[in-house]
Write a protein that binds this ligand. Structure first.
Ligand code: SAM
Ligand code: SF4
Length: 361
């Protein structure tokens, strides 16, 4: 099992809430970036990959030619014959029929489209450059091109949004009948416009919305398989589930993280520097840590508990600290044991981070 994540750190415009690493799209810079990234990837020649995720940033902002060049290079370098899931992220305004056709030709079999809100007023507030109609056009186009496995990203708990607004939003999204939904409470991140202008959110409202979401999506046939992710039958993301199973993946691109040959690393988050370092054959990692057995177990617990139905094998809790914490959590019923699996109790999923932080030394 080996995944591949490719970061495309380019956007047309920065959304006001987002602190993911991305720079302004520039076609000349992107050409150089793809060349550098694919040159660098040659060291993994013929590696067998069973899932790919091309994320961003905004992968769909790339031109048709740039997308084709990237996908062709991946085909030449990696061995993709055992590919199970190949996801490409799209933003509504930069989706086109011709881009979708190229994706299909190169074996992309899952799309993730960022919608964020169904209301144009809120989309504007978030700094998005598309309306709900543009999303529907992109979504319909994707269906028409034969993509049946599509994820939709949405953010809830925006300032001024009440429960009724959110329920209406969910109703609208359910009509789209997508295979997968990723739903996130708005979080105010440092160095974003929202942080700088002092926008705030309400934890209690977000919690109520989360509980309501769980209820509504269950009634509509979605399996709540991860803290923020819901899927129709067999629609769970294979690639992302493998992150949570603590399986290895190669991370390519500026700002990308990876976990390969027991080392967890992060690449430099600056496009020009990334290109220069590759040209000069200099190490481009800003973090690079060997994961020893103890840390491996801690990470397996923290990541694995995110998989709400799958949980973590009890054998992983053999270290004294983990065993002791587990006993306490079973006692206060924040965690539960089912056969030989440890899972988070549904009631505590919203405060997931608080619970799992107890396992960290
Ligand atoms: C890295 S973004 C890339 C997706 C794509 N470029 C887009 O804009 O739709 C992945 C997702 O994280 C979510 N996200 C990013 N920042 C967030 C924040 N501050 N609060 C809540 N969700 C956020 C959004 O739903 C977004 O679609
Ligand atoms: S949310 Fe997506 S489009 Fe907006 S800045 Fe972040 S990565 Fe770019």
């Amino acid at each position: 099992m080996l995944g591949l994540y490719i970061h495309i750190p380019f956007c047309k415009q920065k959304c006001f809430y987002c602190n993911f690493f991305s720079e302004k799209y520039d076609t000349v810079l992107v050409d150089k970036y793809i060349d550098a990234l694919t040159d660098y990837a040659v060291q993994f020649k013929n590696k067998k990959i069973d899932s790919i995720y091309i994320g961003g940033g905004t992968p769909s902002v790339l031109s048709l030619k740039q997308i084709q060049k990237l996908l062709q290079a991946l085909n030449n370098i990696f061995s993709l014959s055992i590919m199970q899931e190949f996801t490409f992220e799209l933003n509504p305004e930069s989706t086109s029929e011709s881009k979708l056709k190229i994706l299909k030709n190169y074996g992309v079999n899952r799309l993730s489209i960022g919608l964020q809100s169904v209301e144009d007023k809120s989309l504007k507030f978030l700094g998005r450059i598309h309306g709900f109609k543009a999303f529907c056009t992109a979504y319909d186009m994707a269906l028409k091109e034969g993509f049946s496995n599509i994820n939709i990203d949405l953010i809830y708990g925006l300032p001024g949004q009440n429960m009724q607004d959110w329920e209406k939003a969910l109703e609208k999204v359910l009509l789209l009948n997508s295979q997968h939904l990723s739903l996130y409470p708005l979080s105010i991140e440092q160095s974003t416009s929202f942080f700088e202008t002092g926008i705030s959110t309400n934890d209690d409202i977000q919690r109520d919305m989360y509980d309501k979401t769980i209820e509504i999506l269950a009634e509509n046939g979605y399996n709540h398989y991860e803290v923020s992710n819901w899927a129709k039958r067999d629609g769970e993301s294979f690639h992302n589930s493998n992150y949570w199973r603590n399986f290895e993946y190669i991370g390519l691109g500026a700002g990308a993280a990876g976990y390969f040959e027991r080392r967890r690393y992060k690449n430099v988050a600056n496009v020009q520097r990334y290109i220069n370092l590759i040209k000069n054959n200099v190490d481009l990692k800003t973090e690079n840590e060997y994961i020893d057995d103890k840390l491996y177990k801690t990470e397996t617990i923290i990541l694995g508990l995110r998989l709400l139905n799958e949980g973590v094998n009890i054998d992983c809790f053999s270290a004294y600290k983990h065993y002791k914490t587990l006993s306490e959590c079973l006692k206060d019923k924040t965690l539960k044991k089912e056969n030989n699996k440890i899972k988070i109790a549904k009631k505590y999923v919203f405060v997931f981070n608080q619970i799992v932080s107890k396992f960290i030394d």
